[in-house]
Design a protein around this ligand. Structure first.
Ligand code: GLU
Length: 486
């Protein structure tokens, strides 16, 4: 579609938290809109009121904002094609459904659920493709009157003509669907509520969407949507271009689901993944910046993103790779940024309340852990030694400091550290090295291991000398003394 301003939409049905697959779609939609200087529309498909809740809608909005995928039109932002919640557009769908009936593109269907089930059963038994058999297509006025007196409910069904729908998918190439496998489909339920197929197609046309980038699971719904465009009288050149993104498989090669991996974005947020890491990683699921690169910034994604570079084969989710990217992105943060990301985790763990003094101490401690974590959620454990109120040594570590050589190590350490007038990681290191390694002839792992447990309470901690400097002389020596007393 040359010379037409690109308009892409992300249109989730929030029946739960947005998951990895949704966000990959949102990201590609956003990147494509930004790359082309087009418009990114966010539309909430909430016509299934039994499954969509206000909480999930609010969470979807919050998640997109958190990820930095700002939309140009949509909830809270507005826009010329609003409203952007389908539940607020019901009269529009009703208008089109009535028009389709009038044009005889659609018809009322009075079949009961039991009758539909019987048809399916018969189709199964005779190995026919399942689907509506067209029984109500051409009812007479008498038949209709009769069904009405029986008190039957009616749905509105689209008439699918004989033939084939063919379109060019920007990722998959030419795709065809024979209509014998696309039976007449329901547009409006018995209670008058529209179905996805009606609402999505009407909105994509009315919102002048030029490109539909979405998950491959929706590929088979495309011929039905095209049928709705036809009934709306839309000219061929006004149809959006479809681009169906490859499936995201779980690590075990099964389709990504709750069973095989954490799929909800809310989970990643709590687990301490940065939005830029999630976006960077998800960008690689089906797309590639080329040259085997894996680290891309949001800006580079916008610069480099084209649909031509999207692969049609399924992408596999790999937690290890996501963690590696997250660690890289954490390292790339400035200390101020790292502080901003850290504080919520530290407060949530109740390790700090957020006083100025605490924040200053956190800030000075961050450089020594920045290289050592893969998730922000690891920060509280790393800094517990600095902030914990009642310091105790972990039970399983206890044995290591109470054995004989540890006693000697700790005694000796106290002796060397006490006279230090200048308390820096360099002076601490020099004192401990000369006393424990050079004089006692101990291996660094044994010597420093005991001191580490005495001072931090754990075998895993940020670098020892830096930790002791941060903790201060008084507290460090007091901890060594109490470990000795054990
Ligand atoms: N609302 C649909 C869903 O969440 C997607 C609509 C579309 O992209 O066509 O599955």
């Amino acid at each position: 579609m040359p010379n037409k301003k690109v308009r892409v939409r992300f249109a989730p049905s929030p029946t739960g938290d947005l998951h990895v697959g949704n966000i990959r779609t949102a990201l590609f939609d956003w990147a494509y809109a930004r790359h082309t200087g087009g418009t990114f529309i966010f539309r909430i498909e909430d016509t299934d009121t039994t499954r969509v809740t206000d909480e999930y809608i609010a969470a979807a909005i919050d998640t997109l904002r958190w990820l930095g995928l700002q939309w140009d039109e949509g909830p809270e932002v507005g826009g010329e094609s609003g409203p952007y919640l389908q539940s607020q557009r019901l009269d529009i769908y009703a208008h089109w459904a009535a028009k389709f009936i009038e044009q005889k593109d659609a018809y009322y269907c009075y079949c009961t659920p039991a009758e539909l089930e019987a048809t399916r059963e018969a189709q199964r038994a005779s190995n026919q493709a399942p689907g509506y058999d067209g029984k109500c297509r051409d009812l007479t006025a008498e038949q209709i009157a009769d069904y009405k007196t029986q008190g039957r409910e009616s749905v509105i069904r689209m008439r699918m003509p004989e033939g084939t729908t063919t379109f060019v998918d920007a990722i998959r190439g030419e795709v065809s669907f024979e209509h014998k496998f696309v039976p007449d489909f329901v547009l409006v339920r018995g209670d008058g509520s529209p179905l996805y197929t009606l609402a999505v197609a009407v909105d994509d046309i009315l919102m002048k969407v030029t490109h539909v980038l979405r998950g491959e699971d929706l590929l088979s719904s495309t011929p039905r949507q095209i049928r709705v465009y036809q009934a709306m009288g839309v000219a061929l050149e006004e149809y959006p271009t479809f681009a169906h993104l490859p499936f995201v498989m779980g690590q075990d090669n099964a389709k990504l689901s709750k069973r095989n991996g954490e799929v909800s974005i809310a989970w990643y947020r709590e687990a301490g993944f940065l939005p830029v890491a999630i976006c960077n990683y998800l960008a690689l699921l089906g797309w590639s910046p080329g040259e085997d690169r894996e680290n891309v910034s949001m800006q580079e994604l916008v610069e480099l993103f084209t649909v031509e570079r999207v692969n049609s084969s399924p992408a596999r989710f790999d937690m290890k790779k996501l963690e590696a990217i997250n660690a890289d992105k954490i390292r790339a943060l400035s200390i101020e940024e790292f502080l901003d990301w850290s504080l919520p985790f530290l407060k949530k763990s109740s390790l700090i309340s957020g006083t100025e003094a605490e924040i200053a101490l956190v800030k000075s401690a961050l450089p020594i852990i920045q290289e050592r974590i893969t998730r922000l959620s690891e920060i509280p454990a790393m800094l517990t030694f600095l902030f914990v109120k009642n310091f105790t040594i972990e039970a399983e570590s206890l044995a290591k400091v109470t054995d004989k050589s540890a006693k000697e190590v700790l005694n000796r350490s106290l002796l060397e550290l006490t006279p230090l007038t200048e308390w820096t990681h360099a002076t601490i290191e020099a004192a401990l090295r000369s006393s424990l390694i050079d004089s006692l002839g101990l291996k660094p792992r044994i010597a420093f291991g005991s001191v580490r447990i005495a001072v931090t309470g754990s075998t895993i901690s940020p670098p020892l000398f830096e930790s002791m400097e941060l903790l201060g002389k008084e507290a460090s020596l007091a901890r060594i003394s109490s470990a000795l007393a054990l």
